[in-house]
Design a protein around this ligand. Structure first.
Ligand code: ATP
Length: 467
């Protein structure tokens, strides 16, 4: 599918997101001191917290909240026959074209059709090569000899680790169809085009859930999972006008799929896939039964039946969700001078004269830092008191402590990191044991007794609504 015109009109641009991500320690280029490694990125202190929290949010949603979905962590290295059975050795290819003049390389399905038909480079107008197939799997060797007998692949998707364990899970958990297996893990693809920051990378993480159902009930379950996955993004607080469904046409359907929908997100570069919901039929288990010689039929003892279950897959990119949430939460806002100052002393005690702020409006459940504790002044015992309060909050929340610079500047720093709550400790705190709790989105400040702080933050996370 050639790319469509971009409708995006928000404040985020890829340049701003990439530069904020680096400046604040979300994401760094891999091996940057050597000039970087294409398609690979490193997650810094804020980035790993964000990624872990998204993973935990998904995990809870997909396992803890369902009685019939269990987790798995399968190995990245799998028996090479797996990829013959799955069809990846034969079919997991992208169509590739090169420009003979400027040497740019494209995925043929991602450039306008007229360029492809006329063999004209969309960048320089030079002549394009014929389209050729390119397998996306990374191949390496296991053991000391580099011959074909020792070839092994880095998995290009986590799903196959679930299929080959399906019988183990049934035997060890006594699960009955319908049931699901969830997994989060790394996947590797030798992607041709890796632009747009962490959107498409060679090493990435997926969050996949495979739901095993009785043949004939697959269409109903497919629709059910479509609804559930949409609701998940609503729960995360994602702008719903930036989400839409895209159904795969017959030319886009993977070799295993009967029906497939993508949830697309309106990124700064346009609508792009975020997650796929696929009806994979009985293709995968039938093929693994054939290639392994093992009987992978499900035995339904209650109804005295045997069959190969159909599989409904929900496959989301974890690292792609990190990018989506950075874009979705990014905002720039004018601040009324003096409005967003700290403590009971107001602007006189170091209030901000900043005119604009950049703020990441993360849902508090996934924000890398939940609460930052800020003493209004370092002196007069305020720093000690603030550290003490932080020590108390640490057990329950991810916290930060910052005593450097004017309070308004410190709020700006926390806004940019997406911290939903700031706790400011001032002179009044020493007298009456109250602190200021400042809300990131509204910049509203309320006074709260220290003893009720954790409860107030917990309530703020639970009742969070995006403005
Ligand atoms: P595309 O056609 O864009 O290459 P795909 O349809 O092959 O992607 P799937 O195989 O359905 O993608 O993968 C499921 C999910 O995994 C995607 O929705 C995406 O979020 C994530 N994903 C796939 N490839 C990459 C990648 N190279 N980098 C980051 N995330 C990826």
């Amino acid at each position: 599918m050639a790319e469509e015109a971009n409708e995006y009109q928000g404040p985020a641009t890829m340049e701003k997101i990439t530069s904020l991500a680096k400046r604040r320690g979300f994401v760094f280029q891999s091996s940057e001191i050597y000039g970087g490694q294409n398609g690979a990125w490193d997650y810094g202190p804020l980035g790993i917290e964000l990624k872990n929290r998204i993973a935990r949010f998904w995990w809870k949603e997909m396992t803890q909240l369902h009685d019939n979905i269990v987790g798995l962590d399968a190995a990245i290295l799998m028996h090479p026959r797996t990829w013959e059975a799955s069809g990846h050795v034969e079919n997991f290819t992208d169509p590739l074209v090169d420009c003979k003049k400027c040497k740019a390389r494209f995925r043929a399905d991602m450039i306008p059709e007229e360029n492809l038909a006329g063999k004209i480079c969309p960048e320089c107008g030079g002549e394009l090569t014929d389209t050729r197939k390119f397998n996306l799997m990374f191949k390496t060797h296991i053991g000391p000899t580099e011959d074909n007998a020792n070839s092994i692949y880095l998995r290009p998707e986590t799903a196959q680790g679930i299929y080959v364990n399906y019988k183990n899970i049934i035997q060890s958990t006594r699960m009955k169809v319908p049931f699901g297996i969830a997994q989060i893990g790394k996947a590797f693809r030798n992607e041709i085009v890796t632009k747009n920051f962490i959107f498409r990378t060679c090493e990435f993480e997926q969050m996949e859930m495979q739901y095993f159902v009785k043949p004939g009930s697959d269409v109903e379950w497919f629709n059910e999972w479509k609804a559930r996955r949409w609701a998940y993004y609503e729960k995360l607080g994602v702008k719903t006008d930036h989400l839409r469904w895209h159904q795969h046409g017959s030319d886009e359907l993977a070799h295993y799929a009967k029906d497939a929908y993508d949830i697309q997100y309106l990124f700064p570069m346009g609508w792009r896939e975020l997650e796929g919901v696929h009806n994979r039929t009985d293709y995968d288990l039938t093929r693994h039964a054939e290639f392994s010689g093992k009987d992978l039929q499900y035995i339904d003892q209650d109804n005295n039946e045997r069959y190969i279950p159909f599989i409904i897959e929900t496959s989301a990119g974890l690292t792609r969700t990190v990018l989506m949430l950075l874009c979705d939460s990014y905002d720039e806002e004018k601040v009324v001078p003096g409005k967003d100052s700290g403590g009971s002393e107001g602007t006189a005690a170091g209030g901000s004269a900043d005119e604009y702020r950049t703020v990441l409006r993360f849902h508090p459940a996934i924000a890398p830092v939940t609460a930052a504790v800020l003493p209004l002044m370092k002196k007069d015992g305020l720093a000690e008191l603030a550290r003490d309060i932080r020590g108390e909050l640490k057990e329950d929340f991810a916290t930060d402590y910052d005593q450097a610079g004017a309070i308004g500047r410190r709020y700006r720093r926390q806004d940019e990191a997406g911290t939903p709550f700031c706790v400011t400790v001032d002179y009044q705190s020493k007298e009456d044991g109250t602190v200021t709790l400042r809300y990131r989105d509204s910049m509203e400040q309320i006074r709260v007794p220290r003893a009720g702080l954790a409860e107030k933050i917990r309530a703020g996370i639970k009742s969070y609504k995006r403005i």
